[in-house]
Design a protein around this ligand. Structure first.
Ligand code: ADP
Ligand code: MG
Length: 246
């Protein structure tokens, strides 16, 4: 596979927390424009895997390449790569004392050196795209959970990322707000964004994912296209998991 068609490559990645082996020789490629959904039981290493991709966690062994830059080759590369990776967490992690617009313009101004006027114009564009153009001057506490998570998505997009990582983006939301966030993510997918999404929203996975991954105990157990994954899983551990969450 041509290297320049790959957004992420992980080869033989091992991650330990002390003695605990959290990722066991993980191999994974994400192609440009591909959407991957990652699922698995609590504690299986899903968050660890995506946190290793932007080096919120350092790995002990193996190679990680993001957009052609080898992360594991040194701290300078880590800084370069972090700019290209957008991250959305379960807890929205907005700055509470800043308005929505300030949340969205902080990193572009500070990290990318964009002018304030340009950063604000970009932020308003993305706030419109996540369907909350009228919330720019509010503070996070004035918004619903679904709106806050859409601000978090807009904030990530303002850095013009090459790939978006989502770690259970709807798990902290009231049920009536899950759909508005998933709809925003579907929009993003349809625009061609490369996405790696940890979620148990299997309707989303069926509709959007090119491939679905099942992880258990620090290992990738199964990777397949959604039709195969859901209707004809190969591994017993995948079948058991799907039985439990459905
Ligand atoms: P998941 O996201 O699939 O629930 P995690 O990647 O968060 O799983 O965690 C995988 C395993 O690593 C769990 O057993 C968890 O307790 C452990 N773990 C995660 N973060 C740390 C940490 N900072 N220190 C020690 N153990 C951790
Ligand atoms: Mg997790």
């Amino acid at each position: 596979e041509a290297a320049d068609s790959l957004a992420v490559t992980m080869e033989g990645v091992d991650k330990y927390y002390g003695d605990f082996h959290a990722l066991k020789s993980v191999d994974l490629t994400v192609r440009r424009g591909e959407k991957i959904v990652l699922c698995g039981p609590s504690g299986s290493g899903k968050s660890t895997l995506i946190r290793c991709i932007n080096q919120l966690e350092a790995v002990q062994k193996g190679k990680i390449v993001v957009d052609g830059i080898e992360l594991t080759a040194g701290p300078k590369n880590v800084e370069l790569v972090r700019r290209d990776v957008g991250m959305v967490f379960q807890q929205f992690n907005l700055f509470p004392h800043m308005t929505v617009l300030e949340n969205c313009t902080l990193a572009p101004i500070k990290v990318r050196g964009v002018s304030k006027a340009e950063a604000q114009e970009t932020a308003r564009k993305y706030l419109a795209r996540v369907r909350i153009p009228e919330q720019a001057d509010k503070y996070p506490a004035q918004l619903s959970g679904g709106q806050q998570q859409r601000v978090a998505i807009a904030r990530a997009l303002c850095m013009n990322p090459k790939i978006m990582l989502f770690d259970e983006p709807t798990s902290a939301l009231d049920p009536e707000m899950v759909k508005e966030v998933l709809d925003t993510m579907i929009d993003l997918a349809e625009e061609g964004m490369t996405m790696l999404v940890v979620t148990h929203e299997m309707g989303f996975a069926r509709r959007v994912a090119d491939r679905v991954i099942f992880m258990d105990k620090g290992e990738i157990v199964e990777i397949a296209e959604p039709a195969t994954f859901f209707d004809h899983p190969r591994e017993q551990r995948t079948k058991d998991f799907l039985g439990q969450i459905s």
